[in-house]
Design a binder for this molecule. Structure first.
Ligand code: FBP
Length: 550
């Protein structure tokens, strides 16, 4: 990519490191915090599946008594969906290993885990990395969603790492990619190889977090981009006063992005998938919630409004969830299904799913049916970003309002527009938070490599405080694992963090949403600021601030 004057100036930003890493560089020693750990669930099964890396201590660092100048050979893979800050993880690793010894080397595997299997790589020298500092995107080495599963894949990955004489591999990814990291760490340890595998928590979805990980990188920037866009739409809605805007926001399963954007912009209606699942709401009830608000506002002569909808909503409606689970099991391994014509596909599905799911399936418009039958990703996930839930809801709400009008219960005018904000935010230039966090996570990953940690995730704790006060360390990947049903089988995977309905961010929304439904309490957070007062430029998300508030 060519350099805009923005990227040239932004390249000069020096990310802030936690005080210990800034002062000591890689002259550090590991210190156990909790001596033995357990997986978050299914501990007996996880222990059996990961005998060589299970139960390790959580780690932090202290300044080393004796200086070491070890040259480190490290490989890096960017995996899964793009997230702002990936390039800073790479620059953090590079600066970290170079701080240990100028003879250290970093190589980047191209196109995600497949680059590792096929040994496609590039040398990430300081000159090469220079132009990518503080930029968005993963274009430095690309990304991919290959799932590491077979013995041949693991064997090829190990032989690539051995050929490059790597001390360690850093896998930057979300829950599925870090599941890959955990499997690979176990495989390598079982083979008696000293190569270490370190994970870095990435995903705009914000669902890779737990007691040890405050946030996944990219969530801060992406949700700020969407908040700016939704804030602009709120202002447009309130200016024109003639449209209902249905806005679908990215986030495959969890609704963290939608919740954060709602707290930032205060729209009229916000759906949180986790609440829909807990209340066991049907699709009809979701539609009724929307029509009730539209009717109420029309009685106040307000035929306009803004509704935010999480990308994964459809998967959380219990009847649709059951349907999708049946479809996933039915279609697992049926590679020839994609070649069938639509009529044959429908016939096959209707014949092989339960009567209740067949009823739900037949009630959906053809567009949604065909979107539900599209290929799963390599990890078995439905590609919800391609399901047009926003348009489905507009259709169903339009039908319901027509019926209400005929019955004399609605006199308003319904003119709706749909939007989907997802890809717009994934490669944005990282906010100061993400620029600092990612650089720190990368530098900290190098620190974990230098102490010989295997099967760990790079962590920085205390994220609501200024970057200097973040606490570097590592958490065993097995600690985050549980068993889940994927591709028709129970498999070990990293547990996703869904929105906690008892948590402070959701409660903050719940306390205000009735008021926001009938007023125009819209808030316009504006664009991400890269230069200016720290209170604006370094501000984190409302989610993190509320979650970490003592
Ligand atoms: P990761 O979990 O890999 O970070 O990906 C997140 C995400 O952006 C989801 O929000 C979205 O549903 C999905 O990726 C889209 O995937 P793709 O890039 O394959 O279209």
């Amino acid at each position: 990519m060519t350099k805009s004057s923005f990227t040239q100036n932004r390249a000069k930003y020096q990310p802030k490191l936690p005080a210990l890493l800034k002062k000591a560089g890689l002259q550090i020693e590991a210190k156990a915090v909790v001596k033995t750990t357990k997986s978050v669930a299914n501990s007996a099964e996880i222990k059996k599946l990961f005998p060589h890396i299970y139960g390790k201590p959580t780690l932090t660092f202290v300044k080393a008594k004796k200086a070491s100048k070890k040259a480190l050979n490290v490989g890096v893979v960017l995996s899964g969906g793009q997230a702002p800050g990936g390039h800073n993880v790479v620059s953090g690793i590079l600066d970290g290993i170079k701080a240990s010894s100028p003879k250290s080397n970093l190589i980047g595997f191209l196109g995600g885990p497949s680059g590792l299997i096929e040994n496609k790589f590039v040398n990430l020298t300081p000159a090469f990395v220079k132009d990518y500092r503080n930029t968005g995107g993963f274009d430095i080495i690309g990304s991919g969603r290959t799932k590491l599963e077979t013995e041949e894949q693991f064997a090829s990955a190990l032989s690539t790492m051995q050929a490059h004489k790597l001390d360690a591999l850093v896998i930057v990814g979300g829950d599925d990619s870090n599941t890959n990291a955990c499997m690979l760490a176990e495989y390598i340890a079982a083979k008696g190889s000293p190569i270490n595998v370190i994970g870095v928590p990435k995903t705009i979805d914000g669902d890779l977090k737990n007691s040890e990980i405050g946030a996944s990188f990219g969530f801060d920037t992406a949700s700020k981009v969407y908040s700016e866009l939704v804030g602009n739409i709120c202002r447009d809605a309130n200016s024109a006063k003639k449209y209902w805007h249905f806005i679908k926001l990215m986030g495959r399963s969890a609704s963290h992005i939608t919740l954060e954007v709602a707290l930032q912009t205060q729209p009229n209606l916000t759906f949180i998938s986790e609440e829909i699942a807990e209340k066991k709401m049907t699709l009809d009830q979701v539609v009724k919630t929307i029509t009730d608000t539209i009717v109420r506002r029309s009685e106040m002569k307000k035929n306009f409004g803004v509704i935010v909808i999480p990308e994964g909503l459809i998967e959380f409606i219990p009847e649709v969830k059951k349907l999708i689970a049946e479809l996933n099991d039915l279609l697992a391994g049926k590679d020839d299904f994609a070649n069938l014509g639509m009529d044959d596909k429908l016939q096959f599905v209707n014949k092989n799913i339960s009567a209740s799911s067949a009823k739900v399936f037949s009630s959906l418009p053809m567009l949604i049916k065909s979107q539900l039958l599209m290929d799963r990703d390599p990890h078995g996930n439905v590609q919800v970003s391609r399901i047009e839930t926003d348009k489905l809801l507009i259709d169903l709400v339009g039908d319901a309002l027509r019926e209400l009008k005929q019955a004399g219960k609605y006199k308003g005018k319904f003119s709706a527009l749909s939007h989907f904000f997802g890809y717009e935010g994934r490669c944005a230039s990282p906010s100061n938070f993400d620029a600092d966090y990612c650089y720190g996570l990368g530098f900290n990953a190098a620190a974990l490599v230098s102490v010989g940690a295997n099967g760990y995730m790079s962590t920085l704790k205390n994220l609501a405080a200024p970057a200097e006060k973040w606490v570097p360390g590592g958490v065993p990947l097995t600690m985050m694992m549980n068993m889940e049903h994927r591709h028709g089988k129970d498999k070990p995977v990293i547990k996703k963090a869904l929105v906690d309905l008892k948590g402070k961010p959701f409660k903050a929304l719940a306390a205000k949403r009735n008021e926001w439904a009938v007023t125009e309490s819209y808030q316009d957070p504006g664009a991400i600021q890269y230069w200016g007062p720290s209170a604006v430029c370094d501000a984190t998300t409302k989610t993190l601030a509320l979650e970490q508030k003592k």
